[in-house]
Design a protein. Structure first.
Length: 220
């Protein structure tokens, strides 16, 4: 999964030069900071885990579909070459079969591209849904906590555990997910796997399948 950007707020005006020096201590005492371990969020946030598994299955189905099309194309090309070598075609038949295989090749290429685009779109929607959920929770959470900044630990060289709010964030987001019907969705995730269009943390490689589908079977 692409790294999530944890958003926070900064309540300082930035016009430090306009404040008397005597107020600097008060300003610093009001500055509160916290951080979240994003890796823990992606492994313990139920929404992320459930939807990742759903699209992982979708990705596996895509790979199986493209592999099947590749086998069909290869078999057709091999059969054509064999019959061509055995003089089993008239000129017209050979040309017709060659055109048919070329159409198969074009269709396989188009299918691979379409499936890749759909998968990329669903992945982007999923990442946005996770980020939106995080943003919404942090905005609500910070109404009481009043942190000036909430950071991702991934970008920090050192962080005191006293500033770690990961457990609060995970627990809070999971509670919100359950309230929104997440528990029911999780129980039925296997039934939804075929029809649902969401994303996964495990990327699939359709590029190779597309390249294989692009190979001209008549140049073997």
């Amino acid at each position: 999964m692409a790294a999530l950007t944890l958003t926070g707020c900064n309540n300082q005006s930035g016009k430090m030069d306009e404040k008397p020096a005597a107020n600097n201590g008060d300003a610093q005492s009001e500055f509160k900071i916290a951080y979240v371990e994003v890796d823990s969020l992606t492994t313990q946030y139920e929404f992320y885990k459930v939807q990742s598994e759903i699209l992982q299955k979708k990705g596996e189905n895509i790979q199986k579909t493209l592999a099947g099309k590749e086998r069909e194309l290869q078999n057709a090309a091999n059969n054509f070459q064999q019959k061509l070598q055995n003089n089993a075609y008239t000129r017209e038949q050979a040309e017709a079969e060659q055109a048919r295989i070329q159409r198969m090749q074009q269709n396989a290429q188009g299918l691979a591209q379409r499936l890749q685009n759909e998968f990329d779109e669903e992945s982007a929607k999923f990442l946005k849904a996770v980020q939106d959920s995080l943003d919404h929770f942090l905005a609500s959470y910070n109404k009481d906590k009043k942190y000036s900044m909430i950071l991702s630990k991934a970008g920090l060289l050192y962080a005191d555990k006293a500033y770690d709010i990961t457990a609060d964030v995970i627990n809070g987001m999971n509670k919100a997910y359950k309230k929104s019907g997440g528990k029911k969705a999780e129980e039925k995730k296997d039934d939804k796997a075929e029809a649902s269009k969401t994303a996964t943390s495990k990327p699939i490689d359709l590029k190779k399948a597309a390249e294989n589908a692009n190979k001209n079977p008549l140049k073997k």
